[in-house]
Ligand binder design. Sequence first.
Ligand code: CP
Ligand code: NVA
Length: 305
Amino acid sequence: MNDFLLMGDLAPSQTAELLQLAHTIKQRPAAWSQALAGKSIALLFEKPSLRTRASFAAGINRLGGHSIYLDAANLMGVREPAKDVGANLALWHDAIVARVFSQETLTELAAASPKPVINALSDIDHPCQAMADLLTLQEQLGDLSQAHLTWVGDGNNVCHSLMLGAAQMGMGMQVVTPAGYEPAASVLAQTQQIAAQTGAVITVTHDLTALQQTDAIYTDTWFSMGQERDNNQVMHDFAPYQVNCELMKRLHAKFFMHCLPAYRGREVTTEVLDGPQSLILQQAENRMHAQNAILVKLLQGASHE
Ligand code: CP
Ligand code: NVA
């Protein structure tokens, strides 16, 4: 593993190993407190972030490393090309974590940087989120090949990463979106290719009445960062796809999931988001543990047990 740019770049065995490492680091953090000793990581964000930024900074600190934050003033392709940013940051830093408008920017950064680059969200993928979510589902349900997830709403970056992650782990998943908001055809094709190897059954539909019973329902904002969408049209198209108590009950869902930030009363009701079935804080906490496993793996940091 040289970089972590796309969820689909991981082999199923690598996803499983990373999750195992994340569990281990979470359970015995002291053993990893020097894993990144003497290392410095650049956190470069073209878009706002609470969880990703704060969890990377805290996680790197807990692994004995150091991080710096570079904000949107460094928008790549505007102040300078991504390739110059990547080549320069790699002179002083051991890895680059980047949140970008375009996946292409990550490709350019990684091509120019001899040090690992980690995707902290792009237009098409949010792999660190998916790793944290799979970790959360494992904690709640155990063997993911026996688990089932339902995605309701926009077929966006988070949906893409979860589809690929579900396929890698042999987990069942149904995706329901309004017409015109499906996941990308290329991601679905890659998902089905992986699923054919692992036995995962993954379906995509627009039909809310076609949904089967599930373990967890996941949704995300209807307006992702950087998207230009007609507000009224989106509110109209997504209205039937709100996650509420009725849908939770109808699908016998044990859990509700959301990557956050959430918009109460839009994609999810307050009752569900803040209710007892909601895993949102466990997901957020697990961002740090999942990312620490990714950092350790990429930087080959050793445990000091
Ligand atoms: N879920 C997530 O990535 O949150 P932030 O946008 O706050 O980083
Ligand atoms: N789909 C959302 C996720 C935010 C963490 C976005 O891209 O804005």
